[in-house]
Design a protein around this ligand. Structure first.
Ligand code: ADP
Ligand code: MG
Length: 262
């Protein structure tokens, strides 16, 4: 069975792309077939996965201008075995406006992914830093969401808006959508604030917070410039170990869910 999971938080710079890319690579290293869908015009996930030149066909063509273009022709292999990518380019920014007047505007990504989703064990959707139509497409296409939360002051404020949007999407567009978990990112063990934010989020979302906390690590920040995942750029560093542990935790969580729902 395939799991489609959106990595979402309307705030920029919280670690969505870093998580989509390195969690995807971590899952692939465990032997799971994985696809990262780059839903952000900034195309950081595309570049982090080793696609550094501009590509002709992207998620934009799949969403907006598809003319029956098979999605398989747009998906590319990444720098990691077992991990594929549906690339983005800056042209995707136009989709936010162009989708408005299109038929089935909220569910175009869902329909586009249908022919390929069962080719993968995990499909990770790297969302842009907004709750516009592209993010809504991701929330409609997804079975679940993972929210990266930066270990800093005021992180909880943004979570209120996000949970309200989730409820709205659930009630109107995708009743199946499930909050899979919150992952705390950029944890700095030297600051008391980081520990406080972790326990604060834990208090508000018991059971949803992943036990794995992603440390702040210069290596994690550097890897994308080289078009590499953390497992290629700096294996055996705390960042790599954390994303590897997160992948294992996610697999265990999905297996438990499957048991619970029969
Ligand atoms: P988002 O996709 O939510 O905008 P990114 O994953 O792009 O966030 O992260 C924002 C910036 O912080 C990027 O430059 C990224 O390389 C860096 N970064 C992300 N996670 C970490 C981390 N755990 N430690 C250090 N830097 C990080
Ligand atoms: Mg991003």
């Amino acid at each position: 069975m395939s799991h489609v999971i959106a990595i979402v938080n309307q705030k920029g710079g919280v670690g969505k792309t870093t998580t989509a890319v390195n969690l995807g690579a971590g899952l692939a290293r465990l032997g799971h077939r994985c696809l990262v869908v780059d839903c952000d015009p900034q195309s950081n996930a595309t570049r982090s996965l080793g696609i550094l030149q501009s590509v002709e066909r992207t998620i934009y063509d799949v969403l907006v201008d598809n003319d029956g273009l098979p999605i398989r022709e747009v998906i590319l292999p990444s720098n990691t075995e077992g991990l594929a990518v549906l690339p983005a380019s800056p042209s995707l920014s136009g989709a936010e406006v162009e989708l408005v007047n299109m038929w089935g505007r909220e569910s175009r990504l869902k329909h586009a992914l249908e022919p390929v989703r069962e080719d993968y064990d995990f499909v990770l959707l790297d969302c842009p830093p907004s709750l516009g139509l592209i993010s809504v497409n991701a929330l409609v296409a997804a079975d679940g969401i993972i929210v990266p939360v930066q270990c800093e002051y005021l992180s909880l404020e943004g979570l209120g808006l996000l949970t309200r949007t989730l409820e709205l999407v659930k009630s109107r567009l995708n009743a199946q959508l499930e909050l899979v978990g919150l992952v705390m990112t950029m944890y700095d063990a030297r600051t008391r604030l980081a520990a406080e934010v972790v326990s604060e989020v834990q208090r508000h979302f018991p059971e949803l917070q992943f036990a794995t906390v992603i440390p702040r690590s210069i290596r994690l920040g550097e890897a994308p410039s080289y078009g590499e995942t953390i497992f290629q750029y700096a294996p055996d560093t705390p960042g790599a170990l954390a994303y590897s542990a997160l992948a294992e935790e996610l697999v265990a969580r999905m297996a438990l869910d499957a048991l619970a729902t029969g």
